[in-house]
Ligand binder design. Structure first.
Ligand SMILES: [Zn+2]
Length: 427
């Protein structure tokens, strides 16, 4: 009965649209006007007081100090509150299935767009189309579809020759992938890396299709090689050595962006020690009691006794130092975390993004730099800045309302009162 009623309503609405030449009556378009807000738009501009933001049909229709709420709009008084762009996660994972609860969790923590950097089912494209049409049950998703890896990883290492690699790039491009990614990691010397011939073929073919190219790297030597082969984004920081000045110059010259994933580096050891976030309610929101119990026993013991711990701590500290150097040198640094993926890794979606902000602060970045990283920098790096990133007239209405000022202290990003996704309150 309900569905039939909805269908009838939709039919009636389309008829009304036809009759009125396309103009949907104001009340039905669900226009929302946020008034008296302090706006931090993500561009790096200072906070602006007393701003009105008018949203309808998923977009910001108007924004400014002199803007008045249109008649019929739902007015929300945000005096004393702060409006920021939704968080874009430049390195995330959505998988294993099901997709919806993960995207919902991201959105509840304020992540309105995430990347999915592992393997996606083919239906992800239909899913993305539905999201574009306004069916937003969680964060928007952008994907690499397939990750080119070395042996023995399956999936990932099915393609052996450069020719096969090119064929696979063609295949995922035909499936409308957003990005093309290679994974170069010997896992501490345990496995072979993808060969230069192979990665060159992937990069070259992706470039022919005009796709943004990404590389997972650990070591400086591999980062150099990928930059030479035309990568656009290093989705992890260099973590084996301090980045030398000549490589900084190369990154700048080639306009390569770099994502530091400090939350991930920390999560490889933090659960085994006294700084484990297990008692933090903001952390606990992101996992059920069964998983929390496992984290407090099995995972804690594993990490406390992990012989590799000194190496993880070294990588974490190197990532921090290199991030500060990149930021000081004017290299575009993105915002990403490596959250999601296998459940037993405890790379908690949503929590990780807020933890990443604290760790970027610890690395020496200002709140404004961190806010720009998850909005402006990421939208430019991912090629979505026309619609997302900074808050401006005409862009998607993905934004956060905070009760405390994140410019005073970046941990105030946790004071999310409301998430607007596509101009609608997400809850
Ligand atoms: Zn990853």
């Amino acid at each position: 009965m309900h569905l039939r009623f909805l269908l009838r309503l939709l039919a009636a609405l389309s008829a009304a649209v036809l009759l009125t030449g396309g103009a949907i009556p104001q009340t039905l378009a669900q226009t929302i006007a946020l008034t008296k807000a302090t706006l931090i738009d993500g561009s790096g501009a200072a906070a602006q007081p007393n701003i009105t933001i008018v949203m309808d049909n998923g977009r910001i229709r108007d924004l400014g100090a002199g803007v008045t709420a249109p008649a019929g709009a739902t007015v929300v008084d945000l005096a004393g509150k702060f409006v920021l762009p939704g968080i874009i996660n430049g390195h995330g994972h959505v998988g294993p299935a099901p997709r919806d609860p993960q995207l919902r969790q991201y959105a509840l923590y304020g992540v309105t767009t995430t990347t999915s950097m592992y393997f996606d089912q083919d239906d992800v494209q239909a899913f993305k189309q539905a999201q574009k049409a306004g069916d937003l049950r969680g964060a928007r998703i952008l994907t690499v579809m397939y990750r080119f890896m070395s042996e023995p990883f399956r999936p990932g290492s099915e393609m052996k020759t450069p020719e096969e690699a090119r064929g696979k790039v063609d295949e995922i491009v035909a499936k409308d992938t957003d990005f093309v990614k290679v994974w170069i990691d010997a896992q501490g010397g345990r496995f072979p890396k993808l060969t230069p011939e192979f990665t060159a073929a992937v990069m070259d073919q992706a470039k022919k299709h005009n796709k943004i190219r990404m590389a997972h790297i650990v070591e400086l030597e591999d980062a150099r090689r990928m930059v030479d082969q035309g990568v656009n984004i290093l989705v992890h920081n260099v973590r084996d050595k301090d980045i030398p000045d000549d490589f900084i110059a190369t990154l700048k010259e080639r306009n390569v962006s770099v994502i530091s994933t400090l939350a991930r580096e920390e999560a490889l050891f933090v659960y085994g020690g006294p700084d484990a976030p297990t008692d933090n309610p903001f952390f606990q929101k992101g996992l059920n009691s069964e998983r929390l119990a496992l984290l407090r026993t099995k995972m804690r013991d594993e990490q406390a006794n992990d012989a590799n711990k000194p190496r993880w701590v070294r990588m974490f500290e190197t990532d921090k130092k290199n991030l500060k150097k990149l930021a000081d040198s004017g290299i575009r640094f993105g915002f990403g975390t490596d959250s999601g993926g296998a459940l037993d890794r405890y790379f908690i979606q949503g929590w990780f993004e807020h933890r990443q902000m604290e760790l970027m602060r610890d690395a020496g970045l200002t709140p404004m730099q961190i806010i720009q990283a998850f909005s402006k920098n990421n939208s430019e790096m991912l090629g979505i800045d026309k619609d997302f990133g900074t808050l401006a007239k005409g862009k998607a209405a993905d934004l956060l309302v905070l009760t405390r000022n994140p410019l005073d202290d970046i941990t105030n990003m946790k004071s999310i009162e409301t998430v607007y996704l596509g101009g609608k309150k997400f809850e």
